[in-house]
Design a protein around this ligand. Structure first.
Ligand code: SAH
Ligand code: MG
Length: 205
């Protein structure tokens, strides 16, 4: 099996050369830090691309981690599978090809870590659908929530981004205003929302 850091380096170059989005260099430490802190056993990733963040998460997660990762593009999923197969994590990662919004509803069991990094206009929908799959102490990390600086503040944005900006604002409001989650918005890279679900004390049982 190949050295994971060497493989990640090769993937980064492939992403650059072929203009395939992978997590921003500046956003990466925040993701790595969150996974390291959580050491998850069961991970759901929405948006595989070529599997860069998938392997990054695998490297930082618990030794027994299982990852389900969802990707719409068959072509990207194939490239991701080829890379993942070269790693020691190959039997721990399952790629599901299709629309994440549909696939999530067919998943079962509990995930203790979710990485949302697919269609930005769908984040609130992903959140509502994954919520029943999140363990009591689960963590959700969402990438690109500050989308080029258009989401917070009142920087003017091109009309074509109207829906994306609206939905990302809605996502941030969802995870910030639900007392069940403690959310931190990191400005690193394209912005990450890190939401830790809290064990709510129940005194009326
Ligand atoms: N997480 C990756 C980058 C993902 S880029 C990394 O950091 O390495 C976003 C990916 O989401 C793209 O590959 C895109 O094809 C995929 N995507 C977009 N819409 C989707 C959908 N509806 N369902 C599943 N995947 C989707
Ligand atoms: Mg991203």
């Amino acid at each position: 099996m190949e050295d994971i850091d060497k493989l990640l380096g090769e993937m980064q170059l492939y992403g650059q050369e072929n203009k395939i989005p992978i997590i921003n260099e500046k956003g990466k430490p925040a993701l790595v830090e969150a996974v390291r802190q959580k050491r998850p056993h069961r991970v759901l990733e929405i948006g595989t691309a070529i599997g860069y963040s998938t392997l990054l998460i695998a490297r930082e997660a618990a030794d027994d981690v299982k990852i389900d990762t969802l990707e719409l593009s068959e072509e990207r999923a194939e490239i991701a599978q080829a890379y993942i197969s070269r790693s020691v994590y190959k039997d721990r990662i399952k790629i599901h090809i299709g629309d994440a919004g549909e696939i999530i509803t067919a998943l079962s069991g509990k995930y203790d870590f979710v990485f949302i990094d697919a269609a930005k206009g769908q984040y609130p929908d992903y959140f509502r659908k994954l919520y029943p799959l999140l363990s009591a102490d689960g963590m959700i990390v969402a990438d690109n929530v500050l989308f080029r600086g258009y989401v917070m503040g009142n920087r003017e944005y091109p009309r074509r981004f109207k829906t994306i900006v609206k939905r990302l604002r809605e996502y941030i409001a969802l995870v910030s205003n639900t007392p069940e989650f403690a959310t931190v918005i990191k400005e690193d890279g394209d912005g990450l929302a890190i939401s830790q679900r809290l064990m709510v004390e129940c005194d009326n049982q």
